[in-house]
Design a protein around this ligand. Sequence first.
Ligand SMILES: Nc1ncnc2c1ncn2[C@@H]1O[C@H](COP(=O)(O)OP(=O)(O)OP(=O)(O)O)[C@@H](O)[C@H]1O
Length: 325
Amino acid sequence: MIKVEGITKSFKVAKRSTGLLQATKALFHREHTIVEALKDISFTIEPGEIVGYIGPNGAGKSTTIKIMSGILVPDGGNCSIMGFTPWKERTQYVKNIGVVFGQRSQLWWDVPVIDSFELLKDIYKVPPQEYKTTLDLLNETLELKDIINAPVRQLSLGQRMRCEIAASLLHNPKILFLDEPTIGLDAVSKIAVRQFIKTINQEKGVTVVLTTHDMNDIEALANRVILIGKGSLLYDGKLEELRRRFGTHKTITADYRKNTNSIDIPGTTIIHWSPEHAVLSIDTEQILTSDVIAELSKKVDLLDVTIESQPIEDIIVQLYKEFQI
Ligand SMILES: Nc1ncnc2c1ncn2[C@@H]1O[C@H](COP(=O)(O)OP(=O)(O)OP(=O)(O)O)[C@@H](O)[C@H]1O
């Protein structure tokens, strides 16, 4: 469905000069630097997938989404999405995709949301009956009824985001590009947006490409992640595999009968200790979790034990450090 092959994109950025002399010189001769936003990016995405496209600030995520949605033209490489080259056959192509940029609005600021929807219906030439059915469904699932008649400028961020997502789906696209759809939302709105994305993926088979800095979005939605850093693709695979390969720590919390002996176990670090309670971090490359529990039970009279995997957030931070991005 989506095939990206060897995409490259650079931006020419004017160097900013400090000081009056340098600024005057810059009037006559402006120096530029080249930012390589994407270097040879390739991947394919199958119909019905939800893919998390992640990486630190400036990695090239938005640039990729803009190329895939036809807004930007790459310097090199190919991109074929449902048989279209996005930036070449834009008018036909955009009927098949929905795009949400969390930081930018596609709705008209001063008019009621419903007026923006009507306009989008006309732009995309959505048949009236199809529009009504889709709108009814969106109204219900995104709970738009109370906000649809208000102008966008009066909406909270969470309310606006629900409207943005609805707007991107009015023409029943097969693919949805979401660039940070949960940015700035409160916990309840984030869960609602995630639930909705899951529903349209499962019930309507919409393919979703999602960029986010919120690893909870990724855990809740994406089976597969593509990680980029400084314009290069660093990992493409299952989230579970990422956890297995790079998640090298677990946390054990233990409650036991009063004990003042040492609970030092090689391969573990004591994060917290008291005579009846301890929290240990285990390096799973050095020792098995089951061996730690066995060792612990020799040293103390265990009452309760919980084991937690390393949060995906930590694994990603560790990866960014490892890849030096
Ligand atoms: N229009 C532009 N002009 C100049 N440089 C740009 C432009 N758009 C992006 N860049 C640069 O390209 C690089 C990639 O930017 P991009 O917005 O794709 O990153 P990102 O991964 O989406 O980052 P973030 O997580 O901060 O949104 C950055 O170094 C950015 O400064």
